[in-house]
Design a protein around this ligand. Structure first.
Ligand code: 173
Length: 320
C-alpha cells in the first residue's frame, strides 16, 4: 500500500509539467545559410523576440546552419519533418519542387502578395508539392549581381567558370559561362583556389563571408529579386493549437513587415563594396537594359517550362 501511494504521488507530480508542456510547443529551426551570415543574425534576433513573448505558448530552438543540415538538404528536411522550420531561399530546395526558385522573379512585394492572392497561391503550391507552409518572406528588395575576378567589356562569359545556384543557371549559361553549383559556404575556398572566376550573389552580405578579399569586380546592373523565407513543415503547422498558430503567424508577419530595411542596407553595402576596392563593370545603357531584360525573359521561360502547372498562375501575382 505504502509503495503504491508513493507511486501515485510521483505520477501526480509528473503530470503537472505534462499539462504545461501541452500548451507550449518548441519548434526546431535550421538555416540553409552559414551561421555567421547576417540573415541568421536577424533570424536569431527574431527568435529571441518570439521566445520572450511566447512563454507558455510557443518557443523556437535554433539548431544551426549547414553544419547541422547541408544547405541543399534543408528543404527536404522541412518537407519530411526532420526539422520544423527552415530559413532558406527557394533556389536551395528545387530538389523538392521547381516552383521554389520562381519567387526570385517577384516584382510585386511580399506585402502586395498578401493582398493580391500571391501569398495564398504560394501556400497552396507549397502545401501540395512540398508539404510546407510559407510563413514569411524575410529578404526582398534586393537584386542579384554577377561578381568577377576577370574583366569583361560585354555580357559574354565565354571561358569563365562561375559559381551558381539555380537562381543564375540559365541566365549565366546564356552568356556562355561554364557553371558550377555550390552552397554559399564553399564560395570562399573556390575563389581562393582559383577554381571559379566569379559568382552570383545578392548586392549585400558578401562581407559576412569575407568574399570582398577575393573579389575584384561587380557587374552592374543587378537582376531579379532575392527571396529568403521561413518555411515550415505543414503537418507540424497544422498540429499547432489555434493560439500557437496565430502567435507564430503574427510574429512571422512582423518579421516580414521589416523588409524595407533592406533598401537602406543595400545602399550601404554598395558603398562598402566600393570602399573595399570592388570595381563596377557597367555596359552602355542599351546593353544594360538588354541584360536585365534577358535575365527576366530567361527566368520566366524556365519557370513556365519547369512548372507548366503553376508557372502561369505565379506570373500573374509576381510579375508587374
Ligand atoms: O547565390 C545564392 O546562394 C543564392 O541563390 C541566394 C539566394 C537568395 C539570397 C542569397 C543567396
Amino acid at each position: 500500500m505504502k509503495i503504491r501511494h508513493r507511486l501515485a504521488a510521483v505520477a501526480g507530480l509528473a503530470l503537472a509539467p505534462a499539462i504545461v508542456a501541452a500548451q507550449e510547443v518548441t519548434l526546431k529551426l535550421v538555416s540553409a545559410f552559414p551561421e555567421n551570415q547576417f540573415y541568421v543574425k536577424r533570424t536569431t534576433d527574431w527568435i529571441a523576440d518570439v521566445n520572450k513573448d511566447g512563454k507558455g505558448v510557443l518557443q523556437i530552438n535554433f539548431i544551426g546552419g549547414p553544419k547541422a543540415i547541408p544547405t541543399f538538404e534543408v528543404g527536404k528536411s522541412v518537407q519530411s519533418g526532420v526539422v520544423d522550420i527552415g530559413l532558406s531561399t527557394g533556389a536551395f530546395y528545387t530538389n523538392v519542387m521547381p516552383e521554389a526558385d520562381i519567387l526570385k522573379l517577384s516584382e510585386t512585394s511580399a506585402a502586395e502578395q498578401r493582398k493580391n492572392g500571391g501569398y495564398d497561391l504560394i501556400n497552396r503550391i507549397w502545401a501540395e508539392k512540398a508539404n510546407m507552409r510559407y510563413l514569411a518572406k524575410v529578404v526582398e528588395f534586393t537584386p542579384f549581381h554577377l561578381y568577377l575576378n576577370k574583366k569583361i567589356d560585354k555580357p559574354d562569359l565565354t571561358g569563365l567558370k562561375i559559381r551558381i545556384t539555380p537562381v543564375y543557371r540559365e541566365f549565366f549559361q546564356s552568356m556562355n559561362a561554364q557553371v558550377m553549383t555550390t552552397a554559399p559556404g564553399e564560395v570562399y575556398t573556390a575563389l581562393e583556389r582559383g577554381v571559379i572566376d566569379g559568382y552570383g550573389w545578392p548586392i549585400h552580405t558578401l562581407f559576412d563571408l569575407n568574399w570582398q578579399e577575393k573579389t575584384k569586380y561587380r557587374v552592374d546592373p543587378g537582376f531579379y529579386n532575392a527571396e529568403v523565407g521561413l518555411v515550415m513543415n505543414l503537418d507540424k503547422y497544422k498540429s499547432l493549437t489555434p493560439a500557437q498558430r496565430d502567435y507564430l503567424n503574427r510574429k512571422a508577419l512582423a518579421y516580414e513587415a521589416q523588409n524595407d530595411f533592406w533598401k537602406g542596407y543595400n545602399q550601404e553595402e554598395t558603398k562598402r563594396q566600393a570602399q573595399a576596392g570592388i570595381e563596377t563593370i557597367t555596359f552602355d545603357a542599351a546593353t544594360s537594359r538588354a541584360y536585365v531584360e534577358k535575365a527576366k525573359e530567361i527566368g520566366w521561360a524556365n519557370a513556365l517550362k519547369s512548372s507548366p502547372q503553376y508557372g502561369p498562375e505565379l506570373k500573374k501575382v509576381l510579375a508587374r
